[in-house]
Design a binder for this molecule. Structure first.
Ligand code: AIR
Length: 165
């Protein structure tokens, strides 16, 4: 005979899952972007907004990027932040797989000072938008994500923030 789970227990379980699910997905093209991109997670954590952080390269692991983005919405992610340097395809590729808002962070580079990253991210074709912040502007990406989330919820999430990987 199938075990019956009392309804309140199910409700509690669902509530728990919902409360722990991250709302913002932060991606970056390389481990070398992590320090700069921590500006975004720090800003979100300070505001009590749950986020998750993953390193996924549009060029080195395109399938990984695709799989992550296609599953993001169903897992409760509301906004995506993607940082990359050089031929910074990541934010644009992310935006091509989802209708969630995507914020791109151009990472400063040693050869071209980040102009390469900036132009790669900001010059998206019509119909596939990416909101682009300044070179190394990860903090602003976090603030912008928080502002977008504020439109989704009457009040900010009550639970203290956690960044998960
Ligand atoms: N990158 C990684 N895959 C595609 C691109 N454009 C970017 C990373 C990083 C830069 O290349 O986002 O900013 C250098 O990466 P690495 O791993 O060589 O340090």
């Amino acid at each position: 005979m199938e075990a019956q789970v009392p309804e309140p227990a199910v409700d509690e379980m669902l509530e728990e899952i919902e409360q722990e699910a991250p709302l913002v997905g932060i991606l970056m093209g390389s481990e070398s972007d992590r320090e700069i991109m921590s500006g975004a997670s720090a800003e979100l954590e300070q505001r009590g907004i749950r986020c998750e952080v993953n390193v996924l390269s549009a060029h080195r692991d395109p399938d990984g990027v695709r799989n992550y983005v296609l599953g993001a919405k169903d897992r409760g992610i509301k906004v995506l932040i993607a940082g990359a340097g050089k031929a910074a395809a990541l934010p644009g590729v992310v935006a091509s797989y989802t209708d969630l808002p995507v914020i791109g962070v151009p990472i400063r580079t040693s050869d071209l000072g980040g102009m390469d990253s900036l132009l790669s991210i900001v010059q998206m074709p019509s119909g596939v938008p990416v909101a682009c912040v300044a070179i190394n502007g990860a903090r602003n990406a976090g603030i912008l994500a928080a502002q977008i989330l504020k439109l989704c919820f009457d009040t900010g999430p009550a639970k203290p923030a956690t960044a998960t990987e």
